[in-house]
Design a protein around this ligand. Sequence first.
Ligand code: PEP
Ligand code: MN
Length: 353
Amino acid sequence: MIIMKTDATDEDIRRVVAEIERSGLRADVSRGDYMTVIGPVGDERKLPFDRLATFPGVKEATMVETPYKLISREYARFFGEPGAHKTVNIGHVHMGNGEPVIIAGPCAVESRPQLMRIAEEVKKAGAHVLRGGVFKPRSSVHAFQGLGAASVEGAEEALNWLKEAGNAFDMPVVTEVRGESMVELVAKYVDIMHIGARNMYDQDLLVAVARQHKPVLLKRHFGASIEELLSFSEYIAAEGNKDIILCERGIVPMGKGKSYTRYTLDLAAVPVIHNETYLPVIVDPSHGTGRRDLIFDMSCAAIAAGADGLMIESHYNPSEALVDGPQMVTPDELKDIIDACRRVHKMVRKPRA
Ligand code: PEP
Ligand code: MN
C-alpha cells in the first residue's frame, strides 16, 4: 500500500502508478478527503517498496499481507476516516449506515402475474428492492432450474418481467447470475448483480460480474469462513468495483443428528465483517433457517447485530411456490417483520462513527 502525502500532486500520483504498472501490477487509486492511497493489485513481491518510498509525494510504502486489503477497514483508515462505512447506491435506494434496506420477493420468478402480484404486495409491506431468481442453483438436475435455464429467450422474458415489475412499483431489482455466459444479459436488466452462495468461489464469475460496474451482492458459501468471503470479495474490488454488499446466509449445521434449521445462521458474522471492512452486510434469514416461523426472530436479531439490510423470500401463497415454499413469508408477515425491524433498529442501532 502506498500512502501519499496530503500535498502530493497529480504528477506524484501518476509517477507511482506508472512504477506499479511497470512492475506488472495494477494500481487501485483511492482519493480520500485527506490523502490518496494507492493499492497495488497483483504480486506485491515484485514491487520495489524501498525505492517507491523515496518517490516525491510518497509518505509511506508498505507491503500489506492481508488477502483483502482493498476492502479492509485498514485501507479506509489511511484516508483519515477510521469509521468509514460505505453506502452502496442501488438506484434510488441507499444501503449502509442508515435505515435497514429490505430486499424481498419470490425465490424464483415463475410467471408474469406471479411476479407482478408479489412485487405489488412486498412493496406495500415496506420492501425497497425486488428479488426473484431467473436462474436457480439446485441440488437436483431434475428440479425446476428457473425460467432462464431453458433458453436465452426464456431468460430474457423473465428478466424483462423483473424489470417491468421493478419499474411498476418503484423498486430496483436483483437476480442471481449463475454463470459467466449470462453476465452481460443479466446486467442489462438488473440494478444489482447477485452471486449465489454456491458460486462464491468462482473467481472468473466474480471478475466478469465486477466488470459490469453495477453493485454486486455476494453471498457467503455455506462452507466458507468469513476470511474466505472477504478474500473472494476482493476479486470484485480489484476490478475497481467497490459497490459490494456481503450477505450472511447460513453455514452447514454441525453434528449428525436431526438439524432443526436448513443452515446455521452465523449472526456474529455481521459485526465481525463490519470490523474488518467498510462494506455493507445483509442477512438472508430465509435460506439461513429454511423455516417461515423463524424469519421474524432472525430478522430482528440480524438488525440488532447491525445488519444493513435483509433479503427475505416472500410469496402470497407459499404452498404453491415451485421453490422454497417452506421458508417463504406472506406479504402480511413481511410487513410485521419490517415494522419490527424498524423498531429494533431505532432502539439499538446508532449510525456507526
Ligand atoms: C437465493 O438467494 O436465491 C439463493 C439460492 O440463495 P443461496 O445462494 O444463499 O443459497
Ligand atoms: Mn430460495
